[in-house]
Ligand binder design. Sequence first.
Ligand SMILES: *Cc1c(COP(=O)(O)O)cnc(C)c1O
Length: 443
Amino acid sequence: MNENISDKRKMAVEEMYQSMGIDKEVYDYGEAVWNSLADRWNEIDSLSEYNQLKVIRAMQKNKVSEACLLGTTGYGYNDLGRETLEKVYADIFHTEDALVRPQITCGTHALALALMSNLRPGDELLSPVGKPYDTLEEVIGIRPSKGSLKEYGISYRQVDLLPDGSFDFDEIRKAINEKTKLITIQRSKGYQTRPTLSVDRIGQLISFIKGIKPDVICMVDNCYGEFTEEREPSDVGADLVVGSLIKNPGGGLAPIGGYLAGKKELIENAAYRLTSPGLGKEVGASLQVLGSFYQGLFLAPSVTANALKAAIFAANLYERLGFSVIPDGKEKRHDIIQAVTFGNPEGVIAFCQGIQQAASVDGHVTPEPWDMPGYDSPVIMAAGAFVSGSSIELSADGPIKPPYAVYFQGGLTWQHGKFGIMKTLQKLVEKGIIVKDFDKRNL
Ligand SMILES: *Cc1c(COP(=O)(O)O)cnc(C)c1O
């Protein structure tokens, strides 16, 4: 680019930031951190190029046509768009079949569906990677709950990760018994401080487990992990992968939905449970959502890449300011979540308020901590989203309890993610939590 134009543009951008409440010092510091990460941006661009081609190839192979974008009503028999989309998902995940439906209301529902349809009374479920995501505690019956697996006579066992985050192979071997039917492996750390599992590590774990009991079903909770690597867990032996469409694979456009991709029999079981025995995949009108499912999936590799850039920017900026961050600024990413530990409630609150102030929807709202049902401490959430509760969009939340960490994720565009993180720093400075003498600290 011509130097003149580029300098003028840089000044125009800086002026935009200032007109939107970002001080020059904050901008200069953030910009310096951003510019130091050019190699990471290149690496992520090539990842998203690979995954974009993977998605286009699957769509072309299955002859996605204009007619596929129209929905059905009523019973939804012969829904070309729905059936084709499920083939596209199966091709992307390299599985025999898939179930991708607006009738699956969220990620928890998709996971519950996978478990409840493939486990029978007397079977045992094993998590070899520690405590599963909060909402699954009630699905499994770890916390007493109506309709849980436990109520249906399905038992649960858990083997925690070792303190250094590695698998406890000895205990896993001991935990697998004649009742063990299904193993659930959560890829993302979720709202814990353990490391996220890479696809490689998931593959090692699955080989170990299959070496002990070849016919056990290995399921992966793939939430937040899709398109963060070239391969998915189903490429390394997972029999079933499960996730939410208002996270990565919906690309920010899907207004609802969940997916399961895996072995034909497992998907069939899930379909009979979702609709009814005898009906299975044959019913379930797609109404008006298919256009957004297809277009969202098309955008998903690029949207996920943007969220990864926002997370890496946050990690590096706060790490250099002396805060503890997971993953750290240099680590390879396997999901889109970034944890930053502030050590005090004010930091968590200011960060979330900064994210909210960056939103295009509800940017004028100030989030405050509140006592959410199901949580043992007040929680603050920043979510100014086009799709309510969507966490592939720029969002953050933090429980108001030690160690006072905030969990940040999303950003449909890297420009929005960058602006959001600049806003958080601005807010922390305004509240006096971070002193504005950055003087190029640790750059
Ligand atoms: C988000 C998430 C879930 C649950 O999804 P919801 O859509 O919130 O019900 C389950 N597991 C993991 C790892 C998640 O990140």
